[in-house]
Design a binder for this molecule. Sequence first.
Ligand code: PEP
Length: 252
Amino acid sequence: MSKQILAGNWKMNLDYAEAKKLVQDLLKLKDKFNKDAEVVICPSPVYIAVFAEILAKEKWIKLGAQNCYFADNGAYTGEVSPVQLKSLEVDYCIVGHSERRDFFNEDYALLAKKTKALLNHGITPIFCCGEQLQVRESNVYREFVMKQIEEALFSLSAEEISKVVIAYEPVWAIGTGKTATAEQAQEIHALIRARVTAKFGEKVGKEISIIYGGSCKPENAKELFAQNDINGGLIGGASLVAKDFCEISNSF
Ligand code: PEP
């Protein structure tokens, strides 16, 4: 069975005091969070070391990074490696968010390398895919998303891909307040699962977690998470408000 996952992508938001306060607010809500869902926060990388210490005794919140490079170490100014993340007990890392694809030109080949490097170091990649508005409107969005998955993930082994979390994030729904309907999201999630099953087998298809992202909030999470192939959410804006993030965790 797929694991239920709720990951908060804080992006480049919050100064240090605000970010620490958000962690404290989340910790105060511990008893109210859904115990059956894996809760992950992905703060700015400059806060990860301190948060790793704060969360060392609070194993119920996992730490995630928003990005990494694929090399273990070396002359890559400004980058962060999976080895460094692992040394801070980071469990998850987002790969190929549409903002990285659009603003930093990340392509399939790079994303495939990052995904592989994370898996080599025992960090779970949260691999993002999703179409822009013009692709959705031109009606080739299904093929478009399948290509994103195939190009970046299909050279992995069955064992490797079963450890990847796939996040379907229609770009037109990210930060726009415009959510995909539950039916629109389910259609793509089911296609992704079917494609993964066809390539890697029943067991992998059943076990892989496919989460939804794009203006997911307390008001729409229940309907989205009730869909057969939606195993949770990658949450941007709403993850910056502790009580909203907590409420979303109880929407499974
Ligand atoms: C995201 O950027 O991953 C995201 C889903 O953002 P939002 O929830 O704000 O649309």
